[in-house]
Design a protein. Structure first.
Length: 133
């Protein structure tokens, strides 16, 4: 619970900074971060808590660009949350007990935080270079 709370505070800080950045992509990432953090602060992690997972996966593919590590993390998340894997396991109780949706979610969280840090850093770099009137 303590680790989940610490991660939630980190996510909230990132979200506040992203919302101040102003771009639509930054705001979408802030929403994705909040959705990815939700299973860490709510218990139990019911499957509907992960409804935003495909949205976060697509957004992070867009933000990853040529970053192979970020793309690999998204690919692992997609595999873990895929209906094909669900069908291969063919036992909803086992699929849920193994925590595959939570694992798919947790793989994305550091990737999303790194993307947020890049956007925030780019914003602070561009604002520090702006001439002061």
């Amino acid at each position: 619970a303590l680790l989940g709370g610490a991660v939630a505070l980190l996510v909230l800080n990132s979200c506040a900074r992203l919302m101040g950045e102003g771009s639509a992509l930054a705001r979408l990432l802030a929403f994705a971060l909040l959705m990815l953090c939700l299973p860490l602060v709510l218990s139990p992690s019911w499957p509907h808590y992960f409804a935003a997972l495909p949205f976060a996966q697509l957004l992070l593919v867009r933000l990853a660009g040529a970053d192979r590590l970020a793309l690999a993390c998204v690919a692992v998340s997609v595999l873990l949350s895929s209906s094909l894997l669900f069908r291969v396991i063919d036992d909803p109780e086992r699929y849920g007990a193994w925590g595959l949706l939570l694992a798919a979610n947790l793989v994305l969280l550091p990737t999303a935080l790194c993307s947020a840090a890049r956007i925030i850093r780019a914003q602070s770099d561009s604002s520090s270079c702006a001439p002061v009137a």
